[in-house]
Design a protein around this ligand. Structure first.
Ligand code: ATP
Ligand code: MG
Length: 552
């Protein structure tokens, strides 16, 4: 999928035409998150598209916080977003931009429109405004305040700004067309009163610009040439263009829309993700089950697999739902090529090899990765006692060799990178549970075939009982047990999978892994891909993904 030549998407076609015609000399795009939550996988697509278009055309991409609504915004989100964009591997041009840096400029452009009789202060309350707006089938009515003198509107706007007017009693509206078939054009609100401190401008403002009045103007200030957003803004485009046409802007940006990325078995809406966090359905925005960039990162998903996945998706003019399996393909592919191998026994069962000398100690040097010499080697200490996984042993001697390629009483199995061993008997505790296997090594079988008459059923992973480390693993299942959790009438919360997290402590891992760095990736052989958790001080590994797609 990745190595085929990608077709040129429609935005690149527009860019090519603009460059050819000389309308544009340097392509400038922007990624404009509102800092009201953490970024999710859908934002990653927007980031890849915007930064990708800039890079492909020798241009630049701005990171701009669309911080026009202090009610839901927070510094924590700003910092998390910066970190996520950087971690994904992108560098914005120049300084980080903030819509709030342009509040003075926006205000003077609002005054400009009032002076041109293209904006007015309206005193309808929100209910009346709704009534006057009309519907899809019915035209709206002009506000009784529509034709008030510009001087009056200018004075009232100033009063609103300084906090002398009550919230909800006045707005500044653009004077466009109450009969427009596009409801966005029916005298949309440009400023509303919010007597609320802003995380960056403090108490300076008691009014804040609407998205529509802010966005295109922010683009123009920054010299953005191609303002790329998602399809839900298509109906706002005529308004975007109206402001561009009616204001003395320093440049003439244009808006283009592409389809949102949705993934099945999860939700990609900051509002819903925030609800999962606020109501403690997950441990936080970076919970490894979350589709947030920070959650995926903590889970062990690499930045390059997120980029490759996003690049594999069409930039289309329709919204789509992408199968999680497609994303997982890229995650697995990257980890298979780049993750160091290690052995971790998740459900340890002690094996005592009775014919191995108590004081004998060997170790085997094995590759860090089967075909990546640059990942070095590791040393596996071996001794009389080892652990294998409980699931790799059975007492049932009738199990066919084909069906159960693991250890069975009276039969042989190869320990990965080590000896062939035989199981002879089991030891049980008072409750009847098997606590130990007594067996034997077959001499001279390290790196060598078994002698005549001995055939290992299969290969199992193991660790030394004396020279391994205790660890905890977190195993994950999908956060939702329904493909489209938010498609129905009912709350998406009803489809939360109660078994999305399984914590297993007392696992045994190669001793070298106590030095694993946070977020370092490993393939635990025969188990899956794991990464060291970045939040826990102890030795905790999060399962990123299984080795094979075993998802029905
Ligand atoms: P949400 O609905 O999750 O709150 P949003 O669109 O309100 O997302 P913004 O912070 O406004 O979030 O988004 C920043 C940019 O990311 C916008 O240009 C938006 O179009 C884009 N974006 C958001 N969600 C997706 C998605 N699922 N797929 C592609 N692009 C997205
Ligand atoms: Mg938004």
């Amino acid at each position: 999928m990745t190595d085929t030549e990608k077709p040129i998407n429609f935005i690149q076609q527009v860019i090519n035409a603009d460059l050819d015609a000389g309308h544009v000399t340097k392509v400038i795009t922007r990624f404009p998150p509102e800092p009201n939550g953490y970024l999710h996988i859908g934002h990653a697509k927007s980031i890849c598209v915007n930064f990708g278009l800039a890079a492909d055309n020798g241009g630049g991409c701005n990171l701009r916080f669309d911080d026009t609504n202090p009610e839901k915004e927070d510094e924590e989100y700003v910092n998390a977003i910066i970190e996520d964009v950087r971690w994904l591997g992108f560098q914005w041009q120049g300084d980080i931009c903030y819509a709030s840096n342009y509040f003075d400029q926006l205000y003077s452009w609002a005054q400009h429109l009032i002076n041109k009789e293209k904006a007015y202060i309206c005193e309808l309350n929100s209910e009346q405004m709704r009534e006057y707006r009309g519907t899809l089938t019915e035209v709206g009515k002009n506000s009784p305040y529509r034709d008030r003198p510009a001087s009056e509107s200018l004075a009232l706007l100033e009063q609103m700004k300084v906090g002398a007017v009550d919230e909800g009693t006045m707005t500044l509206r653009a004077k466009i067309d109450m009969a427009s078939p596009n409801i966005n054009m029916r005298d949309p609100v440009m400023y509303r009163i919010k007597k609320m401190a802003h995380q960056r401008t403090g108490d300076a403002w008691n009014i804040y610009p609407s998205y529509d009045f802010a966005h295109g103007q922010e683009d123009a200030i920054e010299g953005v040439t191609h303002s790329v957003c998602t399809l839900e803004f298509a109906a706002n485009r005529p308004l975007y263009e109206w402001f561009v046409a009616n204001l003395p802007l320093p440049s003439q940006p244009r808006q283009y829309e592409f389809g949102r990325l949705n993934l099945n078995y999860t939700v990609t809406s900051k509002r819903k993700l925030k609800q999962l966090v606020d109501e403690n359905h997950v441990e936080g925005w970076d919970d490894p089950r979350m589709p947030t960039i920070s959650g995926l990162r903590r889970r062990g998903v690499t930045a390059s697999s997120i980029r490759d996945f996003c690049d594999s998706l069409a930039v289309a003019k329709t919204d789509g739902v992408v199968d999680m399996a497609q994303f997982e393909h890229f995650i697995r592919d990257d980890l298979n090529n780049n993750a160091r191998r290690a052995m971790c026994v998740i459900n340890p069962l002690l094996v005592t090899l009775a014919n191995y000398d108590t004081d004998k100690n060997e170790s085997f040097v094995v590759p860090g990765h089967p075909n990546r010499d640059d990942l070095g080697e590791r040393t596996l200490p071996f001794g009389r006692q080892i652990y294998i996984d409980r699931n790799d042993f059975s007492e049932d001697t009738t199990l066919s060799r084909k069906k159960f390629k693991r250890l069975v009483i009276g039969d042989y199995v190869r320990l990965r990178n080590a000896y062939i061993i035989r199981a002879d008997e089991v030891i049980r505790d008072a409750a009847g549970e098997i606590i130990e296997i007594i067996g034997a090594v077959v001499p001279d079988t390290v790196g060598q075939d078994a002698p005549e008459g001995i055939k290992a059923r299969g290969v199992v992973h193991w660790v030394s009982a004396t020279e391994s480390a205790d660890c905890t693993v977190n195993l994950y299942d999908r956060l939702f047990n329904k493909a489209a959790p938010d498609a129905g009438e009912e709350s998406f919360l009803e489809h939360i999978n109660p078994l999305s997290l399984t914590i297993i402590s007392g696992c045994k891992v190669e001793a070298g892994l106590v030095h694993a760095a946070a977020e370092e990736h490993y393939q635990f052989e025969r188990e899956g891909y794991f990464t060291r958790d970045s939040k826990n001080n102890g030795l905790v590994f999060n399962c990123t993904i299984g080795l094979r797609d075993n998802w029905k």
